[in-house]
Design a binder for this molecule. Structure first.
Ligand code: EAX
Length: 323
């Protein structure tokens, strides 16, 4: 074969090889804005994956619940019609029951405790329960400690919350706990929440500061009480349809990217916790900073009997005792 023919053959091979490394676009969805904690974590994940795969994978963001509520998006990831969702654990217990234990109210002392549990053996073991349910859990990200807002009154102790119709996530562990506060829990997908608050279909809701901020709940809620009654973990979930086609090297890129995303998301949560309350006050919310946490914990006791029965008192204690 003449030299010229060899060169031509190599060129066409090189071109075809280049064409083989086409870009795959990953659809990633989350409940709040691209500037929110979910958007920040998702952006770091996507940037790291694009870098680590030399551009073979890029993301298309669907912020602000554009692909539906978290439950819908988790189902879509399971079906493979959506590639990724960065979601609170709210509805996840309906798919992977082992997650439910981390939704117990007043289980975590503070962010340091929660992050140690999620990144330690207990949290990492829970991630291993996802593949058998058709979901790949890349990492624990973070939603934050949840606080109560409502349109009626300040909440200092459970009797102040009693009788309020509060939207909750579709999460039985939360609903069982909130009933002991005298709240009337109304489960509802997140995309419906702002409208329900605006129309007064519900009196209030509970969410972390980052969500209250990015969702502009100050426009439809007057009272914010820093109850911190539940730590709301979050997860970066991937469709097995994507995962099963990845090389081992790319799998490592995805997992490492998810870990970096979690750190960025947690930093954004910290920032929002530090600056967001003053902002919400500026936006017109009346903030109750001192809440009778002991009274809420006392009220919760009957629900704890049910949690101990469902999850095992020893398993709950193992989490509570992590230092
Ligand atoms: O994950 O549904 C909720 O209240 C969640 O906290 C929100 O969708 C962010």
């Amino acid at each position: 074969m003449k030299l010229g023919h060899i060169a031509a053959a190599c060129l066409s091979l090189a071109l075809s090889a280049g064409a083989c490394a086409q870009t795959t676009t990953l659809k990633i969805g989350y409940a709040t804005s691209k500037e929110s904690h979910y958007g920040v974590g998702s952006t770091v994940f996507c940037d790291e994956v694009e870098k680590g795969t030399q551009g073979r994978f890029k993301c298309q963001h669907f912020a602000n619940s554009a692909l539906g509520g978290e439950r819908d998006q988790i189902e879509a990831v399971q079906l493979g019609t959506q590639d990724l969702v960065n979601t609170s654990t709210g509805p996840v217990g309906n798919f992977v029951p082992e997650v439910k234990i981390v939704d117990i109210p007043f289980l975590f002392r503070d962010y340091d405790h929660a992050r140690k549990v999620m990144d330690g053996p207990i949290g990492q073991d829970i991630l291993t329960k996802f593949p058998s349910k058709g979901i790949i859990a890349l990492a624990w990200t973070e939603n934050g400690f949840r606080h109560m807002t409502n349109s009626k009154r300040d909440i200092v102790k459970p009797s102040d919350a009693a009788g309020l119709k509060m939207r909750t996530m579709e999460n039985k562990v939360h609903m069982d706990g909130y009933r002991t506060f005298g709240i009337l829990p109304t489960p509802m997908a997140f995309p419906e929440l702002f409208g329900a608050l605006q129309q007064g279909t519900v009196d209030g809701q509970e969410n972390p500061i980052p969500v209250i901020l990015s969702s502009k709940f100050s426009q439809v809620q007057k009272h914010l009480s820093l109850t911190g009654h539940v730590y709301s973990p979050a997860l970066l979930l991937l469709s097995p349809k994507v995962w099963n086609k990845l090389s081992d090297a790319d799998k490592k890129v995805f997992v490492d990217a998810a870990k970096k995303a979690a750190l960025a998301q947690r930093k954004k949560v910290n920032d929002d916790e530090n600056n967001g309350i003053a902002q919400l006050e500026k936006d017109g919310m009346k903030v109750t900073r001192t809440v009778d946490g002991a009274a809420f914990r006392e009220a919760l006791k009957p629900a704890y009997a049910g949690y101990a029965k469902e999850f095992g008192a020893d398993n709950i204690k193992k989490i509570a005792d992590v230092q």
